[in-house]
Design a protein. Structure first.
Length: 431
């Protein structure tokens, strides 16, 4: 059975966790394919709130198998903490597995991340300091430590020794920082290896087997398109292929295993960290949206920068990801506004453009169409027909511009605060 992919279309935090959890109900597998614990995916069910960083957002359903795929980078300490947290909240994590080929984030990666950011000064990226970039650098440099290496005492000892020696030279000589001590890190991590060993699988064979047994597989993206290492707002990006192309390389499957590419977009935009943001709005309105949308990072708690919906960026994202259906989240957050702006062009050095520039800079600014607000709470609505007229106009405007159908509209953080816009299509895809 061809599989479905959930992908963020903006700068992350679109509500992928909420939507993955919702769609996981009818899935046999939920699999992460890239990124690491830089993610923060929130799930809200009645009075319970879960924030997942590495564990796939299918974990709340005890029958769903969750795999942290080969393309993900895993911080064992953070993963173990997350599992313990979930267990303490009554969630059964026995079906959460780790791919053998996934790379391990070590303490020196987190320190390097921090020191590199400090060295960049006002050019810093605003990373999460979770060591994601340096882990992928070691992977690409062919010196990384994989999950299977962590399980082999001899190999782990050798690889760790190499890295501690090398990183200590960098820490002391380049950054004038303290060195790390091999033995304590080695001892700590072999304990983690013991805790994790039962969860380690050959994800590539497991996923292929599941596919051939017609299992329903949902791939959960982390971060989002505009943070993609190749196609995002470089260098203000993360270090993995966040786009749907990353699924194939991230889990070892061919493209023809994939069928539906479900793009998640907020009804507006947010960004954490630095970098260009053409539709970013002035401080007052920024505060209104941040407050109503509770726009604070799920991983770092940093306030998110807020802006209007950017259709130029969204069209670019849909194009690269091959999105065939959209999910629109956080529409309820716009409910109080008199006028809602929507960006349809950019102004770039006095030129008007209608594409997403490869070298997008802070100076690029949005040009807007003003749409009337609906000034009415919609967070309790479940049927599309019951939405206010102006709200439907806003939705229609997006669909027409992108020439794509919005399948689902999220109007609140809780699992059931949704409007399935096209029910027959939705149930055809997800049951
Ligand atoms: P992710 O990284 O894409 O999974 O998104 P995050 O979980 O980091 O951020 C999304 C935030 O918005 C979380 O706090 C969610 O609980 C919340 N959320 C998701 N959908 C909605 C929605 O439709 N309305 C509102 N008000 N909040 C939502
Ligand atoms: P989810 O999965 C929002 C941002 C950081 C920074 C840049 C690089 O919750 O949507 P990194 O630590 O990855 O090297 O930081 O990417 N970033 C995210 N922003 N949501 C995320 O994940 C993010 N993961 C990384 O803020 O700007
Ligand atoms: Mg998030």
């Amino acid at each position: 059975m061809p599989s479905n992919v959930i992908v963020g279309l903006q700068w992350g935090d679109e509500g992928k966790g909420k939507i993955t959890d919702l769609l996981a109900k009818n899935s046999d597998y939920v699999i992460r394919y890239q990124g690491g614990n830089n993610s923060g995916h929130s799930i809200h069910i009645k009075n319970s709130y879960f924030v997942l960083h590495l564990v796939p957002s299918g974990v709340i359903y005890s029958g769903v198998k969750c795999i942290v795929g080969p393309g993900v980078v895993i911080d064992p300490k953070s993963f173990i903490q997350e599992i313990q947290n979930l267990e303490s909240m009554g969630i059964n994590t026995s079906k959460v597995f780790l791919a053998k080929r996934a790379h391990i984030t070590m303490p020196y990666h987190c320190l390097l991340d921090q020191y590199q950011e400090e060295a960049l000064g006002d050019k810093s990226i605003g990373t999460t300091h979770k060591g994601i970039g340096p882990t992928y650098v070691d992977k690409i440099n062919r010196t990384g430590i994989r999950v299977l290496d962590l399980l082999n005492l001899e190999v782990f000892h050798k690889k760790l020794k190499y890295h501690i020696d090398l990183k200590n030279k960098i820490f002391t000589k380049i950054f004038q920082k303290k060195p790390l001590f091999f033995q304590s890190i080695y001892e700590e991590y072999i304990e983690y290896a013991k805790i994790l060993s039962d969860r380690v699988v050959d994800a590539v064979y497991e996923i292929h087997e599941a596919f051939h047994h017609k299992k329903k597989i949902l791939f959960e993206g982390a971060q989002a398109m505009l943070l993609d290492i190749n196609y995002g707002t470089y260098p203000y990006v993360t270090t993995s292929s966040t786009s749907t192309g990353g699924v194939c390389t991230g889990v070892g499957i061919p493209p023809n295993f994939l069928k539906n590419f479900i793009g998640i977009t907020k009804a507006y935009c947010t960004r954490v960290g630095f970098g260009p943001f053409p539709t970013e709005i002035g401080s007052e309105m920024n505060d209104v949206i941040r407050k109503k949308g509770n726009e604070y990072g799920a991983t770092t708690k940093r306030p998110r920068r807020c802006g209007w919906l950017d259709l130029i960026a969204l069209k670019y994202s849909c194009m690269i990801n091959g999105v065939n259906y959209l999910v629109l989240t956080k529409l309820d957050v716009l409910s109080e506004l008199e006028i809602i702006k929507i960006c349809v062009k950019y102004k770039c050095n006095d030129k008007i453009i209608q594409y997403f520039p490869a070298n997008i800079k802070q100076e690029v600014k949005g040009i807007y169409v003003d749409l009337p607000g609906w000034k009415q709470d919609i967070s309790h609505i479940h049927e599309y027909e019951d939405l206010p007229k102006n709200c439907k106009k806003y939705i229609k405007f997006i669909e027409v511009y992108l020439n794509l159908e919005i399948l689902l509209i999220s109007v609140g953080s809780e699992r059931n605060q949704n409007i399935i816009k096209n029910k027959s299509l939705f149930f055809k895809i997800f049951t």
